[in-house]
Design a protein around this ligand. Structure first.
Ligand SMILES: Cc1ncc(COP(=O)(O)O)c(C=O)c1O
Length: 378
């Protein structure tokens, strides 16, 4: 009965694609793999907020939001998110992955539209966005990464097609550390009367007005829109939100299986995420320091001849190409107490296996110099 699974795993091993869980490493290691960019996962204030929410509301939410799970913490947090994201409403989901799948596929539901929507989609978007489009059976039209000319051309080509059009992109790209040209994509969306869906998983807490994401720089109310973000990266917690118009919040509550049929997030997580959300606006200096460190590191890596793509943020890829070489380099770094993520296809396009360096506020100049030194050696 298990034969097919063995075969699958064997093939993955042959293709150098086999994945294994990593052991948690001791404190002597310097961690460049975490998404805890602002160090909030261990913030005392955030931990205390989790504790006091647990005391008041319990560890578990005890039911979905539509049944017993709509504890008193949710609505005030959603109001706060909507205010900071400058949208009419917000709605909390259980994780970024789950939210993308259930929200985007619900928005694309052909039975609601009466036809199959068309999705203009950045090639390097996250797996959860791909999964959502596949699940919905919408028509997937991919444009070259961050290439606004290509996006415009594709929209023009399909301009006489009366079906609904969606544009889907990340804002800070999680594997590349570059950012979407937000003003341009907003204008393109407006001119082509299409729905703009933004994934701010890696941008939330890191960029935009008070750190609340790149969408805060555009006037979303002028176009149909939905912005998704997570509490799992810079906020150091878990869970996700969408920021959108009131009508969409109402639609999602009535339509998304991932919202209707899943127990709401733990009140402790909501308490923590809500506190982390409040703290983000006070981290301007930390963000500036992080970005200036990232800039220096990029310059050094570039000088050493590494291909770092188009990164302009705290996420810096070192694009190696060959999977085996990337694995080898990661292992060499680990021998020197340096922890980096190694990312390979299908997470990234074939031939672009890479090390992903994620800087966070705990990294010192010495840490970065040490990383550069070891990279030089190995
Ligand atoms: C762009 C993007 N969207 C969504 C997710 C999923 O978020 P979560 O980890 O909260 O499930 C990720 C996670 O890496 C991501 O990079």
């Amino acid at each position: 009965m298990y034969k097919s699974y063995y075969k699958y795993l064997h093939e993955e091993k042959c293709k150098e694609k086999y994945r294994q869980l990593q052991l948690d490493l001791d404190k002597n290691h310097i961690d460049f793999s975490t998404n805890d960019y602002l160090g909030l996962s261990k913030s005392k204030a955030v931990l205390l907020a989790a504790q006091s929410a647990g005391k008041e509301f319990g560890v578990g939410a005890t039911g979905s939001r539509l049944l017993s799970g709509n504890k008193g913490l949710f609505q005030p947090f959603e109001n706060k998110i909507a205010q900071d994201k400058k949208t009419e409403a917000a709605l909390i989901f259980n994780s970024g992955f789950q939210a993308n799948i259930t929200v985007l596929s619900s928005l694309l539901d052909a039975s609601v539209w009466g036809s199959r929507p068309m999705v203009f989609f950045d090639k390097l978007n996250h797996a959860s966005l791909y999964q959502a489009v596949f699940l919905s059976h919408a028509e997937l039209i991919r444009y070259q990464h961050n290439d606004m000319d290509h996006l415009s051309k594709l929209l023009t080509k399909h301009k006489d097609d009366k079906r609904p059009k969606f544009i889907v992109t990340e804002t800070i790209f999680g594997m590349d550390g570059d950012i979407v040209p937000i003003d341009e994509i907003f204008t393109i969306s407006k001119e082509n009367e299409s729905f703009l869906y933004l994934d701010e998983a890696h941008a939330t807490g890191m960029i935009g007005h008070n750190g609340y994401g790149l969408s805060t720089h555009i006037n979303l109310s002028e176009i149909p829109h939905l912005v998704l973000g997570t509490f799992s990266k810079a906020l150091g917690c878990f869970g996700a939100y969408v920021a959108c118009a009131n009508i969409l919040k109402e639609y999602l509550i009535n339509k998304c299986p991932g919202f209707i049929y899943s127990t709401a997030l733990s009140p402790m997580v909501i308490g923590a995420a809500s506190k982390a959300w409040d703290l983000v606006r006070h981290y301007t200096t930390q963000r500036q320091n992080l970005y200036s460190k990232a800039k220096k590191l990029r310059a050094k890596l570039h000088h050493l001849g590494f291909n770092i793509g188009h990164s302009i943020t705290h996420i810096i890829p070192i694009i190696i190409g060959n999977e085996r070489h990337a694995i080898h380099l990661k292992e060499q770094l680990l021998k020197h107490r340096l922890v980096v993520s190694m990312v390979r296809p299908p997470t990234v396009p074939p031939g672009t296996s890479r090390l992903r360096i994620a800087l966070n506020t705990s990294h010192s100049d010495e840490d970065l110099n040490y990383l550069v030194e070891i990279l030089k050696q190995v």
